[in-house]
Design a binder for this molecule. Sequence first.
Ligand SMILES: Cc1cc2nc3c(=O)[nH]c(=O)nc-3n(C[C@H](O)[C@H](O)[C@H](O)COP(=O)(O)O)c2cc1C
Length: 260
Amino acid sequence: MEREGSVYTVIFTTILCGICSVLVASAAVGLKDRQIMNKILDKQHKILLVSGLAGAKESLSRSEIQERYKQNIETKLVNFETGEYETSLDPATFDPQRALKDPNLSKPAPPNGAGIVNMSKYGHIYFVKKGGQVEEVIIPIQGRGLWSVMYGFLALDKDLNTVRGIIFYEHGETPGLGGEIENPRWCQLWVGRKVYDDTGKVQLSVIKGTAGPPDTDPYRVDGLSGATMTSRGVTNLIQFWLSDSVYGKFLKKKREQGSL
Ligand SMILES: Cc1cc2nc3c(=O)[nH]c(=O)nc-3n(C[C@H](O)[C@H](O)[C@H](O)COP(=O)(O)O)c2cc1C
């Protein structure tokens, strides 16, 4: 066959494309488990960061993250309808995102500003143990910003009202504007603020402007300048996930019982 001919070119490129497709597909399939593992590891690292069990400047190996997580974090599931622990499901395998596709595990969300249409009936809660005692609980949070869905974790003190940390680990807000939700200096402003007022209502919000210190201005956090929409999104997601329809019922019950 003539090498310069068009038939040769077509056959050559077809075979080349075939080989490349097989290589790419094999890499995607072969690396899938590793990608899932990396995602789990990244989430565990973020939980260690928000709980203060790992420092932002600390460089941890995979095994150090796994070990520290295993030593200090206990995971349970909360039933949002009863406000109790859900023991019929395994927290290690339950996936709230996958639950959204199952009508037995999910339901329409009540009206909210966080852009949540359907919600899982159950959610993870992470207990941070130091010296065997629960020191903090961590709640996954997510909601609509200006451009994207923002995913994070909120750490509460064992009093189940005082914020111990917040972290956003995935979002598509503009770097330098809404993307400042990742800025550790802004996240630090949340520490010591209160979620619920004396009547049990969620009061915590991001304001436009500057808030006072937590002891005199406990329910307000500085807004991100030039990012009012993202800031409002953060308020909305806090209001949703801590409301009685989601984690609020559980937190209220446990506050009244005085134990976890
Ligand atoms: C390129 C571009 C990117 C922007 N990104 C964001 C953003 O990530 N979050 C946000 O709230 N506003 C963003 N804004 C600004 C909004 O459009 C809007 O002006 C802003 O939320 C108003 O906030 P301010 O009252 O604090 O200025 C962006 C604007 C431009 C032009």
